[in-house]
Design a protein around this ligand. Structure first.
Ligand SMILES: [Zn+2]
Ligand SMILES: [Zn+2]
Length: 205
C-alpha cells in the first residue's frame, strides 16, 4: 500500500489525505449541482437522476484502495470505502431512507466466481439492506481504456432486472468514469418501474 506501514491497510497519516467531495457536480457536464443531481441541460441525455461521488480518486490512497478492493481479497478495505460511501449517501437523502432500495452494480457470474465477491455489493452492504435485482446477461470488456462511445456500446443491453424494484433506488459501484455502466443499469431499473435512480460511487476515476 501507499506508505508500507505494517499491520494496517491504511495508516492514519495516509487516511488523512483522503479528500471527501463536498460539492457535488452534474456527472455529465461537471456543473456544480446540489446532491450531484443531473443538471437540467443534461437531463435528457441520461437515465441517472444524479451521481454522488464520495471522495477524490487522486487524493491520498483512494486509487490504490479501490484497486486492492477489486484485485486482492481485502474486507478491511471494503469497510473503509464502505464508510466513505455511507458518508456519500448522506448527500443523496432527500429520499425517504426506509423506502429507498440499495442496489449494487452486478458482476458477470463468471467474474463473480473468479473474484469470490462483488466489490460493489460489499460496499453497498455498509449502506443498508442490499437488493441484488440486477443481473449481467453477458460478459463485457473492462471499461478501462475504452473511449466513451465504446464504453456505451460495451455495456448496452448487458443487464436485466430480475426482481421487482422500489420507486427510489441508490445504485452503488466502486468507481465511475463516464457513467456508462451506471446509466445502463438506471435504464433497466426505470424500465422495471423505478422512478428515481441515483448513482453512488467511492470515486470518479
Ligand atoms: Zn500510511
Ligand atoms: Zn449537466
Amino acid at each position: 500500500m501507499q506508505c508500507g506501514r505494517l499491520g494496517v491497510w491504511v495508516c492514519y497519516e495516509c487516511a488523512k489525505q483522503i479528500l471527501l467531495v463536498h460539492k457535488q457536480r452534474c456527472f455529465l457536464c461537471g456543473a456544480l449541482s446540489e446532491r450531484g443531481r443531473t443538471c437540467p441541460n443534461c437531463r435528457r441525455k441520461t437515465y441517472l437522476d444524479g451521481l454522488v461521488v464520495a471522495a477524490y480518486f487522486d487524493r491520498g490512497p483512494i486509487r490504490e484502495m479501490i484497486h486492492a478492493l477489486k484485485y486482492q481479497n481485502t474486507k478491511e478495505i471494503a469497510e473503509i470505502l464502505g464508510h466513505l460511501c455511507r458518508y456519500g449517501l448522506e448527500h443523496v437523502y432527500q429520499f425517504d431512507r426506509r423506502s429507498v432500495m440499495i442496489v449494487p452494480v452486478p458482476l458477470h457470474p463468471r467474474r463473480l466466481v473468479m473474484r469470490g465477491y462483488n466489490q460493489a455489493e460489499l460496499l453497498a452492504s455498509y449502506l443498508g439492506d442490499v437488493h441484488n435485482v440486477l443481473k449481467r446477461t453477458r460478459r463485457t470488456l473492462s471499461q478501462t481504456g475504452l473511449s466513451r462511445a465504446r464504453r456505451v456500446a460495451n455495456v448496452a443491453s448487458a443487464f436485466v432486472c430480475v426482481r421487482p424494484v422500489a420507486s427510489e433506488i441508490v445504485l452503488v459501484d466502486d468507481v465511475a468514469t463516464t457513467g456508462a455502466t451506471l446509466n445502463e443499469c438506471a435504464k433497466v431499473l426505470k424500465d422495471a418501474g423505478a422512478r428515481r435512480v441515483w448513482g453512488l460511487v467511492v470515486a470518479r476515476g
